[in-house]
Design a protein around this ligand. Structure first.
Ligand SMILES: [Zn+2]
Ligand SMILES: [Zn+2]
Length: 279
């Protein structure tokens, strides 16, 4: 067990596959997004990575598994559109629920999602989780647990938190789940960014289908959100501002007056130590 834990942490630290020279839709959708930190990461090429412990990385892996599970279900239904990759000949092509590689006929395929980007105007690139052809919806899959609510929807958690006679607090998770009636604000923004990019790329969609899977009880809810670029106009403007400034060494201000994300970039390095000669 301890070997597996160490392996998960080492593997994550060694993984540099996530692009750092672009704005990720997920980061610009966050409530507390710091465009200054994003700008400085892109311009300096330095990524101050957060370090994650085993439990958090295990949560990420559970999220990835849920993605594969729901994508495979949509694939088997004949609904899944996007890029598919052949594990035999590495061919990548756009298709709707293919059974085999159109290059070599292998059936060992992997879904490579729906790449969307606008680098030229906004420096944004990412992947939507899927595209459901018959209903013309992009797909977004979320696994949500108490931690997700704490970060993304604390008001809902507070509404169902009881204070016990001894002063301790208890969250009524059943009620939290029952009262989950819309996607979380940052998830809606993230979806709107994907929809905006997909439409710019000429992909015919009219909304986003969210699948929420509860970590409390594995129950599933789905929500449909119509495309509405007005909901992310401020975020798009900030991305455009970053794009305009790149290369000028003039980062945008931090909207929080300094925060944990941009601080590592602005801390001045300590002056070099003088060597004192002892005589
Ligand atoms: Zn192939
Ligand atoms: Zn900041």
């Amino acid at each position: 067990m301890s070997e597996a834990r160490a392996h998960v942490i080492t593997q994550h630290q060694a993984d540099t596959s996530r692009r750092q020279d672009i704005i990720h839709p997920s980061e610009m959708a966050k409530a507390d997004w710091c465009p200054r930190a994003t700008y400085l990461r892109i311009e300096t090429g330095v990524h101050h990575r957060k370090t994650f412990g085993f439990q958090t990385l295990n949560v990420f892996d559970t999220g990835h598994e849920a993605h594969r599970k729901w994508q495979n279900r949509a694939w088997q239904l004949g609904w899944l559109e996007g890029n598919f990759k052949c594990l035999h000949c590495a061919h990548i092509w756009w298709a709707v629920s293919p059974a085999s590689c159109d290059g070599c006929s292998s059936t060992a395929l992997e879904y490579a999602e729906v790449p969307v980007k606008d680098i030229a105007g906004f420096q944004i690139a990412g992947h939507a989780d899927g595209l459901l052809r018959p209903i013309r919806k992009l797909l977004e899959i979320k696994t949500v647990g108490e931690g997700t609510y704490r970060f993304e929807y604390p008001r809902l958690l507070a509404r169902h938190t009881l204070t016990l006679p001894d002063g301790s607090e208890m969250v009524d998770l059943k009620k939290v789940w029952a009262d989950t009636r819309t996607p979380f604000p940052s998830h809606i923004r993230q979806g709107q960014i994907y929809m905006w990019l997909a439409r710019k790329a000429g992909i015919d969609i009219d909304g986003m289908e969210y699948i929420y899977e509860s970590k409390f009880n594995q129950d599933v809810k789905s929500f449909t959100v119509q495309a509405n670029p007005d909901a992310i106009a401020d975020r798009i403007a900030m991305a455009h501002d970053i794009k305009q400034r790149l290369g000028t060494h003039n980062p945008p201000p931090c909207p929080h007056g300094g925060c944990g994300d941009c601080a590592p970039y602005t801390e001045t390095p300590p002056p070099p130590r003088r060597r004192h000669r002892t005589t």
